[in-house]
Design a protein around this ligand. Structure first.
Ligand SMILES: Nc1ncnc2c1ncn2[C@@H]1O[C@H](COP(=O)(O)OP(=O)(O)OP(=O)(O)O)[C@@H](O)[C@H]1O
Ligand SMILES: O=C(O)[C@@H](O)C(=O)CO
Length: 452
């Protein structure tokens, strides 16, 4: 099938984790693209009528680079078969990766596959790296990533359990992940507008630069970048760029204007929060929630001894969810850096993470089967584990709770009503996120019921 024959999908995105996928899908919907999120590469046909963008959610951020490449290429092949005009490799706005990858190796593999599909192209394959998400405080200046007013390596991300970020210089970080040349499109050039940015990208390409880290301090910078890269086969970055691209697609008449790109059915069932994120924002949200509602902590060291903590958590939740009260309650492994270090020193980082993820996934599976209908999960890896255990195939995107986090809905096999699901990236959301999310869901459901 040629691109022209099946060009109904404008944007095909490959996201390296599930919360990141929802974040991108949210921004695409808010910018007027009818967006479907699929979990993994679909094995059966997916109905894509009236869909402008598809986001394939992978769990490829922290796995070995070879696995991430394999899964990302499979997603690329599928998206190309759907006729996607542009491919977007979505990773974290905090550039979560290690010296072994996976951002560099995956971007290289995608570029090579896309280049092979266009042997007539004369130029070296090139892509941009645009992690900035200004509304959530992620900006890039002179190639250095900031979270709020702190450099990345001083933002809390240096303590991340799986991919501690100890260097804010993204040109240097990426250069350790690829054998190809890495360059910079800086703010001074962006300030001159899209033609200057395009000219600089072309110069870098002539000089053999494959990956271009882009500064961006605000939405205006992202709009300039979007205008300069709209024709690139592959773009990469965070959801800020995703918010800026649809306007460019409309200018090219690739996209028709739509009124309400995201609308969900009313929510039902008991309300549960599961948190495996140890990020600063989540720790604040856990504390805030526990000041108002009940919660139970899971300890990885106890989980290593057996499943008793899972049974206790299930009992705790059942008595609070399936009687007169319907929650919300919280079950969490989220812990401060010192407690995480202790667990990791005893169990190893990977095993500690697996124990927590398996426990939260089991709890989600059991309680959703018993009547939880509104589920909020905090943490990208944690969301990946939960969504996989639930067997989620597709997510429809609804109302935003806070920037980067929408409510979504999915239809699970054997369930009558759809499950409302919010997947929160570790560092996203205001301090009252865990409580306010359910208020947003009620408002959204009421609006649908009265036909607003
Ligand atoms: N108490 C703990 N000790 C050790 N590891 C933990 C503990 N609690 C959670 N973990 C693990 O830490 C990891 C947290 O990663 P996760 O991606 O879920 O959150 P995050 O990094 O804050 O979110 P995001 O990726 O969206 O930024 C998971 O693998 C989780 O199982
Ligand atoms: O870009 C971000 O920060 C998020 O969408 C994310 O990927 C966190 O997992």
């Amino acid at each position: 099938m040629s691109r022209e024959q099946a060009s109904q999908i404008v944007l095909g995105a490959i996201a390296d984790d599930f919360t990141g996928a929802t974040d991108l899908a949210n921004n695409l919907v808010r910018s007027g693209m009818r967006t479907l999120q699929v979990i993994g590469v679909p094995s059966a046909d997916v109905a894509l009528d009236d869909i402008d963008a598809v986001v394939v959610a992978l769990k490829s951020r922290s796995c070995p680079a070879a696995d991430a490449i394999r899964d990302s290429l499979a997603a690329l092949d599928w998206l190309q078969a759907q006729g996607a005009r542009q491919i977007f490799f979505k990773y974290c706005s905090t550039f979560d990766s290690t010296d072994d990858g996976n951002i560099g190796p995956v971007a290289d593999a995608l570029l090579e596959r896309l280049g092979a599909a266009q042997p007539e192209a004369q130029e070296l394959p090139q892509t941009v790296m645009v992690p900035a998400f200004p509304i959530n405080g992620r900006t890039v200046y002179q190639g250095h990533l900031f979270v709020g007013d702190r450099l990345l390596n001083d933002s809390g991300m240096q303590h991340h359990p799986l991919n501690p970020m100890r260097d804010a210089d993204l040109v240097r970080v990426l250069a350790r992940q690829t054998s190809h040349r890495v360059g910079l499109l800086n703010r001074a050039t962006l300030a001159k507008g899209a033609p200057a940015a395009s000219a600089h990208l072309a110069e870098l390409q002539q000089a053999g630069v494959r990956h271009v880290i882009c500064d961006s301090l605000d939405e205006a910078d992202l709009e300039v970048i979007a205008a300069a890269v709209v024709e690139m086969p592959l773009v990469t970055g965070g959801s800020g760029l995703g918010q800026a691209l649809p306007a460019q697609y409309r200018q090219k008449a690739w996209l028709a204007p739509v009124e309400n790109a995201g609308r969900l059915a009313p929510a039902s069932g008991a309300a549960l929060v599961l948190s495996g994120s140890c990020s600063r924002a989540t720790l604040g949200q856990v504390e805030h929630f526990l000041g108002r509602h009940e919660g139970l902590a899971l300890d990885p060291l106890a989980l290593a001894e057996g499943d008793a903590p899972i049974d206790d958590a299930l009992e705790f939740a059942r008595t609070r969810l399936f009687g007169a009260a319907k929650g919300p309650v919280l079950i969490y492994a989220s812990a401060a850096p010192q407690a995480v270090e202790t667990a990791q020193a005893t169990l190893g980082a990977a095993r500690a993470g697996e124990l927590v993820e398996r426990a939260l996934a089991t709890i989600a599976q059991t309680l959703v089967a018993e009547g939880v209908g509104q589920l909020l999960v905090a943490g990208g890896e944690t969301s990946g584990a939960v969504v996989s255990a639930l067997g989620v195939g597709e997510l429809r995107i609804g109302e935003q709770i806070d920037p980067g986090v929408p409510w979504t809905q999915t239809q699970l096999a054997g369930r009558e009503a759809p499950l409302s699901l919010a997947l929160k990236s570790g560092n996203f959301g205001g301090v009252d996120f865990f409580t306010r999310a359910f208020d947003v869901l009620i408002e959204q459901s009421n609006a649908v019921e009265v036909g607003a």
